[in-house]
Design a protein around this ligand. Sequence first.
Ligand code: DHB
Ligand code: FE
Length: 283
Amino acid sequence: MATVSASVYTSHVPAIGVAIDHAKTDEPYWQPLFAGYRPSQEWIAESTPDAIVLVFNDHATSFSLDMIPTFAIGTAPDYAVADEGWGPRPVPPVVGHPELAAHIAHSVIQQDFDLTIVNRMDVDHGLTVPLSLLFGQPAAWPCPVIPFAVNVVQYPVPSGQRCLDLGKAIRVAIESYDEPLDVQIWGTGGMSHQLQGPRAGLINSEFDARFLDDLVTRPAELATMPHIDYIREAGSEGIELVMWLIARGAMADLDGGPPPTVKHRFYHVPASNTAVGHLVLEA
Ligand code: DHB
Ligand code: FE
């Protein structure tokens, strides 16, 4: 059977992708940020999974106000890198895992979570920047990736509780897949940031530190935090953090198992307008 070996959490600021693609990672502004991901790059080189379920949000790239799926799973063999206005990032296309994705869709829908099935989708910075942060600039991504898109752009967005419960259902799905695959689940976006309106530029490091603490040790309590607290405390785009609860929900301790091990924790302010947070939890 397949197993969930680890969960990874990271921000997805598009300017990080630009810095990588334009060889700016050693510049003084960027150097501390990329130094903070080096331990995770070393870790994942030793712990490359057979597949990643990558929970991310589309930023009105493949979806739009025409259609707003709350939860959407990619079941395609591959995904093109999106053109977000300056041409697609020069990164490899994303190879999917249609068999595992179809199994997760089947299992999770049977567990009463209604997923949208996506057979064609260009993936934006929400998915490619986390891959670049962990894997650098390979000629091909080292494993298949199942894109799992969450609507955090247009209200109503799913609650933290529903995200945690969905993570538990994804774990059940993975553990019932009849092949001994090592699967990681990633939760991306956040941390505190607001890109618009009078509070544009908001960063709340105290909130972010508490969120990281609680995500590790008190995920069930953290899941009860209402949306309004994300907006007040972490800014309008801080709501992206609910996606981290999907990845956290898939760890064994929420299913009566042992707590995960913190392999790495990193926090850096700012990258562009955003507080960058990163966590690696191993089962
Ligand atoms: C920024 C952060 C995001 O999460 C995003 O989707 C776009 C821009 C930023 O800080 O610039
Ligand atoms: Fe974003």
